[in-house]
Ligand binder design. Sequence first.
Ligand code: ZN
Ligand code: ZN
Ligand code: ZN
Length: 308
Amino acid sequence: MTPTRQGSFHLFRLAGIDVYLHWSWFLVAVYGISGRAPRYSSLAWPVLEYLALFCIVLMHEFGHALACRQVGGQANQIVLWPLGGVAYVAPPQRPGATLWSIAAGPLVNVVLAPLLGIAWFFVHAAGWGETMPNAYSFIRTLFVINGALLCFNLLPVYPLDGGQILQALLWFVFGRARSLMITTVVGFIGGVGLILLAIRVSDLWFGILCVFILMNCWRGLTQARVLARVAKLPHRAGFACPSCHQPPILGPIWRCDRCGQPFDTFETHAACPHCGAQFAVTGCPECGMVYPFNEWVVAPPVSTSAHR
Ligand SMILES: [Zn+2]
Ligand SMILES: [Zn+2]
Ligand SMILES: [Zn+2]
């Protein structure tokens, strides 16, 4: 449903983040560049405009990735593909950390908007519209593209950034599972509305994007139902995940790498009761992060008693 490193070229590595370009980008680039060509007098300009569009997308994705790292999450990969870019971010599963990781992407476009606006103002004042129409059209289009990307991404339709921001905000009030459920239902309604719009303006590319949105809403809804079921299971007191702060589920849900038997790692302090294997790290069933066992221990409340 989203592009992976498979079928992608490694472009470069910046700040420890690998940037890949999916092969399908080239196919759609031909379509995208030919659609832009009529506005310019030479082919170099639409090529430059298409590349600039993806530079803006890349900066947006770096916003997500760097913000995610800042709050202690994992982000080391960005894949560019025809529908834009995908930053593989795994923020700590807390509403505040997730909110910042998602909001930082559109924030890049918010910063770019006045910069591109000022550039447009100056080239307009300098009369480039007459003297250098290609360069003028290029700068004006970048301003419009950046604004359009910002507005579209902020639509409260999951999995667009706006939808994920909505989910993170609802998370503070309703918890992770219910916030995701509400957001994906809103996303379905929005996605169907966008499909009707795509049919009305008969834009195939926009229609494909809407199908992508609906597929992601379905996946999000399925995930929300799993999360709701997990939340109802009994949890063990005295331990909490260092990342998502959730206490671990009670029961034999961990599986031994060596003998393949299931066991409850918190009962045996990260040792397999069947074969005796000792594990250096314990994985969180809720958020998937792994930490040494002693980092899971929640310090008992400090006694305020004055007795010795
Ligand atoms: Zn984004
Ligand atoms: Zn966790
Ligand atoms: Zn074992």
